[in-house]
Structure formats: structure tokens, C-alpha cells
Design a protein around this ligand. Structure first.
Ligand code: SAH
Length: 400
């Protein structure tokens, strides 16, 4: 096997079992020369000692993603299959309990398959491959998923997205079936008391924000009798949970007409109830100002914006964006009102997000209790040695 030799003094991260080898840590290659894109290479210390084994990528700042630590080389024949099998096995409790039939089956580094994401939607699996090593092994991943994912009818791939281009991977075919049958245009899933249509070809990520499952339940549980403003609604998730839990009114706001159209159709899948529903296609930054100018108020506001900071360098600009919407929302809340606010920017860590919220509260001149904190669900595990895997934070606040 080819060898990636680390610079002297740059072995520490690998010894601490961090799974990324950055370009700056690489001194050069062994006698076999540079590995090919995605090839498994031996990661060696400056002295030549074997530290682990990783998937190489010349196009990425992350030059190697470690798939195995220690001296023993992973067996290329069985490796992917056994990792997929273990990952699916760890989700057995999701399949045992009937709360949902939509689960993340493989979560990248945390499941030992860096750059592989596989989301299960009622018998169909949608993958994303965002590292050269993952891309090279997608046929093996798909065939393993066909065997291990319960009642699996087909495995497909979403190949669009910025994450792939950063890694030097092509994105021309946005969608491809890898194994089994081709999935339908929309897949109906169940989550708790709600049902949703998932557009696996045109929707965001693999089609649905599975990572917000626990937060949707937490928000729903507080929504009874409240007038709810669900900002950045996408296909209606938080708003439909609030509706199912007895909200008096729900306003769903998103900038995407297509997302709102699906949100409306999703409403049609739910049990009839007395909640008044309103759909607004608007920019949330402007819509919150409009509400302020018109003197509107709400009992509950959800803010689940897209990632404002793609990189650490954009963090200050992102912080201003988060402060802006949170300050506006805090001012629109009635006494005892609930603000459920989220950040999925990995570059903004939880303490910084809290600081932004505290500053917004101070500017709003109001006090808030922290009622709950939410995270991605247990099907989105994070490696203890890889805190970068944790990106989603939620804070549920109550105005006093
Ligand atoms: N809460 C959703 C996921 C939200 S994803 C769920 O649980 O499923 C973020 C959404 O924000 C996307 O639907 C996107 O269309 C929308 N969006 C992005 N920028 C926006 C803006 N400035 N104003 C309103 N919506 C925006």
C-alpha cells in the first residue's frame, strides 16, 4: 500500500484519533508515490511508524480521512460492507419502535465511513458521497445497504451540492439510482404523529431534515394553544408538529415557493384539526420587520435558518445575521412566549451561539429562561475525537 508520511511534530492529531489529516501535516509520500484519489494509504509518522490507514484526496484540504487507526491494514474486500452492517445494526432501535420510518443509517466519520451519508426513507435509501474515498466505494456501499437496510427497495445517490465540489468531485448528474429500483418522485414518511412527503431528487440535502427530529417533537410539545410563527419552514416540519399538538394558528414562512407548495401538500396528509394555517413566501429578515412594523405578536416563534457561516472566516458576518433575526423574533413574542432557535453552522459553536442570543435578548430588553437545548438525534452520532461532526444546536427560550 502507498504511504503518506507526516511532518515531524504533526502526528499528534492522529495519535489522538482525530480522523482528518490536513494538507499542512503531510511531508510527502513513500516509495510507491502519490496515492490515487480515494485510495487507502498507510499513514506514517515522520519516523516511518504506521499510525493508521486513510482515504487519500489530493483535491481536498483534508488530504486523508482515516478509516482505521493502528498497525493493521483494513481489508478492502470486507471493510465497507462490515462498516455499513454495523452502522445499520446500531439503528435497530429505530426500526423496533414505530415512531418513524425515516432514519439516518450512516453518518460519515462517526460510523467509520468518512464522507458517506445514507438516509432511509420508508424503504428507500438516499446517499451522499462527499469524499474521494467514499465516491470510489459507492457501489460497495449501495450493495451493503441493499442487504442490511430493512425492507430496502432501492439505493440512490444525490450528487449535487457544494460539499462535493470542495472535494474535487463532479456533480453533473444530480441524481442516480445505484442499486435496486428507482425511487418514486416523492416518498411518504411518518415521524411521530405527522406525515411528510420527501422529494429525494429536488429537496435539500437528501430530501428531509432528519437531524431536526428531536427538536420538532420538543417544539410540538410546547405548542398547544399557541399562535406559532415558523420561520424557514422548508416543507413545514415544525409548523405541522405544532399543528398536530394543538397550536391555534401556524404561519409558515419560507423564501422557496417549491418548499411551501410541498408544505401545503404535507398539511393535506395530516389529521383534520382546528388549527388555522397560513403560508407566506417571503425573506424572513424582511418578514420579521414587516410584522414588527404592523405591531404583530406571536406566542411561539421557530427560527431554523440555513447555514449562515460556511467557514470560520465568515463567522462574524453569520453572527450578525443570527443576532438580527433573533432580536426581531424576541421583540415579537408575547409574554411567556417561546422562541425555538437553531444554528446549523458548524463554525459557530454552542457558546458563541449563546452569546449571540444573550446580546439579542439584552438589546430586546427582555429576560428569557432556557427551557431546553436540542441536538441532532441519536442516528446522527458524533465521534468524541471529532467535534467538527457536531454542527446543529437548538435553544428553546421562554420570555418571562
Ligand atoms: N425547519 C425545516 C428545515 C429548514 S431548512 C425542517 O425542519 O424541515 C432552511 C429553509 O430556509 C429552506 O427551506 C430555505 O428555502 C429557507 N430560506 C433560506 N433563506 C431564507 C430567507 N432569507 N428567508 C426565508 N427562508 C429562507
Amino acid at each position: 500500500m502507498k504511504e503518506i508520511r507526516l511532518k515531524k511534530g504533526r502526528e499528534r492529531c492522529v495519535l489522538r484519533r482525530h480522523p482528518w489529516v490536513f494538507s499542512g501535516a503531510v511531508a510527502g509520500f513513500g516509495p510507491g508515490g502519490e496515492p490515487a484519489a480515494g485510495e487507502t494509504a498507510r499513514i506514517a509518522s515522520s519516523e516511518g511508524e504506521t499510525l493508521g490507514w486513510g482515504w487519500y484526496s489530493a483535491a481536498s484540504q483534508i488530504r486523508a480521512r482515516i478509516v482505521s487507526f493502528g498497525k493493521e491494514a483494513p481489508d478492502e474486500e470486507s471493510f465497507v460492507r462490515s462498516r455499513v452492517g454495523s452502522a445499520v445494526g446500531r439503528r435497530a432501535d429505530f426500526f423496533a419502535d414505530a415512531y418513524t420510518n425515516a432514519v439516518r443509517l450512516v453518518n460519515s466519520e462517526a460510523d467509520g465511513l468518512p464522507g458517506v451519508v445514507a438516509d432511509y426513507y420508508a424503504g428507500w435509501v438516499v446517499c451522499q458521497f462527499t469524499s474521494a474515498g467514499a465516491d470510489l466505494r459507492k457501489a460497495d456501499v449501495a450493495s451493503a445497504l441493499m442487504s442490511y437496510a430493512p425492507f430496502c427497495r432501492g439505493v440512490c445517490e444525490r450528487c449535487d451540492g457544494a460539499a462535493r465540489s470542495v472535494e474535487g468531485l463532479s456533480g453533473e448528474d444530480a441524481f442516480r439510482t445505484l442499486a435496486g429500483d428507482e425511487p418514486p418522485a416523492e416518498i411518504e414518511i411518518a415521524e411521530g404523529q405527522c406525515k411528510f412527503l420527501v422529494d429525494v431528487r429536488g429537496g435539500h440535502k437528501t430530501g428531509f431534515y432528519l437531524d431536526q427530529r428531536d427538536a420538532r417533537a420538543a417544539v410540538g410539545a410546547l405548542a398547544n394553544g399557541r399562535e406559532v410563527l415558523n420561520c424557514f419552514s422548508y416543507t413545514g416540519g415544525f409548523g405541522l408538529f405544532a399543528r398536530a399538538c394543538g397550536a391555534s394558528k401556524v404561519v409558515q414562512v419560507d423564501i422557496s415557493g417549491a418548499a411551501l407548495a410541498l408544505a401545503k401538500r404535507n398539511e393535506g396528509l395530516q389529521h383534520a384539526c382546528g388549527t388555522e394555517m397560513e403560508y407566506v413566501e417571503a425573506d424572513v429578515f424582511q418578514y420579521l420587520r414587516k410584522c414588527r412594523d404592523e405591531g404583530k405578536s406571536f406566542d411561539m416563534i421557530v427560527l431554523d435558518p440555513p447555514k449562515f457561516a460556511a467557514a470560520k472566516s465568515r463567522i462574524m458576518k453569520a453572527a450578525r445575521g443570527y443576532k438580527d433575526i433573533n432580536l426581531l423574533a424576541m421583540k415579537l413574542l408575547r409574554p411567556d412566549g417561546i422562541l425555538a432557535t437553531f444554528s446549523c453552522s458548524g463554525a459557530m459553536d454552542a457558546p458563541l451561539f449563546d452569546k449571540v442570543l444573550s446580546e439579542a435578548a439584552a438589546d430586546a430588553g427582555r429576560d428569557f429562561q432556557v427551557v431546553a437545548r436540542t441536538h441532532a438525534g441519536k442516528d446522527h452520532p458524533v465521534l468524541l475525537s471529532h467535534p467538527e461532526g457536531e454542527y446543529l444546536k437548538g435553544v428553546v427560550l421562554r420570555a418571562t
